[in-house]
Write a protein that binds this ligand. Sequence first.
Ligand code: TNX
Length: 526
Amino acid sequence: MNHFWFIACIQVMAACGLAQVSIIPQPVEVKMPESAGNFSITSKTSIYLEDARLAPSAAFLNDYLKQFYGFTLPVKKKSGTAPGIHLRYQPPASPKVGAYTLQVDAKSIVINGETEQGAFYGIQTLIQLLPTAKSPALSIPYILINDYPRFPYRGMHLDVGRHFFPVAFVKKYIDYIALHKMNYIHWHLTEDQGWRIEIKKYPLLTQVGAWRNGTIIGHHPGTANDNIRYGGFYTQKEVKEIVDYAAKRYITVVPEIEMPGHSSAALTAYPHLGCTGGPYKVQETWGVFKDVYCAGNDSVFSFLQDVLDEVLPLFPSKYVHIGGDECPKDSWKVCPKCQARKAAHNLKDEHELQSYFIQRMEKYINSKGKIIIGWDEILEGGLAPNAVVMSWRGEKGGIEAANQGHDVIMTPVSHVYLDYAQAKPEDSLVIGGYTPLKKTYSYEPIPAGLDTSKSRHVLGAQGNVWTEYMRHPSKVEYMIFPRMSALSEVLWSAREAKNWERFEGRLQKQIKRYELWGVNYNKKFE
Ligand code: TNX
């Protein structure tokens, strides 16, 4: 920072307190100079790409400008000090991942990333400085921002099993994640109600498993069944397209292939994978089902390994989610093969059998250079040695896993289940619960009960979007906005910077952005 800015900032901070810009998530440091002014972006303003690796950041800005303001900016190579928007990538000796500075003065807008994604987040902040109304000249106030994220894992989940969402919407969802400076999408691809990813070796997974013969009407257990065939899946080509789209936004796609529970769709396609051999059906209602992969049958493991052999190369993510939640043990208890496995491995009960299942799969996945993530049930019966735990049934699983030296991602139902109601009484058909905006905003990912020496194991948190009651993209938008904006601040901003009243103030501007984007946000949030 140069001397002039430093002096001016101190004076301004003293004179009028906080800067008058509405950025969500709140940056680490925002300073405005003594003499206010604006830099005007017009269609003649150039973007100077001072490092070719920042091309995706320039492209994102241009896509945004085109979509919402109707023009794009010329992108030029290295410029020196020409007036315009300068994108720089100058890593210091030990760069903070995602850190950037943004400086706006009379002559230029300079974004400097400590890492590539840092520059991308600088672009997201610049986007939030744009006026929310269309105009041929976009005024950006003189400002100096120094910013970096608090947590490395800032995630949103999307269940495409209960309802299927087209590629175009998945991309939109990825854009929403990017606009909130979040960096993971957990893509829940297999469920009782539908298998959603093409596996070439097992074509019936999608020919049969991606389709159900109807869906219940109303809240579980439903008043009737609509008897309308429903389904869909992503081809591997589409998956690649989505992963690539996300990568250009510095977002990692973590695929989830559920095991051993929530597997009715796979069993319907290949009934020999279940304990009884079926027949099974792709489920038409919600909840937890007793038909699960057989833990005593070796062909289940070779099937899952084959599936992963096709899935893992599609996703550069170092993590792969293997589910592990809500697996009833009823069929295992009466299955001779499962009981034989138990005896052969000296397993005390069916929880240990599930642990055997997960550990065996972990070994395979580790051998491919990847790390498994599992829901907190994978703690029961003994945690797989290298697993990351997603703590969803509260914080307990996260605390336990961190105490065992494992990394954790916090997704407690209490605060970040974005399928839960936002209002009381409920304002639409939802699964239940009550998680108003303020509650999500109040979330602190480091559990109070966790020893500070273990807090580094908390990688971050994630908003979960289970779609039993979200049939259309517009309903997904309604459920995530504005709670996702609150979550982004929980994950990015410093703990001390969080302040509900100020967030509410900044949200007014964020709502104008929702309007600009044309999203179906919840207007009566609590
Ligand atoms: C629990 S969270 C589930 C999901 C449901 C969700 C509904 C988790 C690991 N399992 O299968 O969709 O509740 O809120």
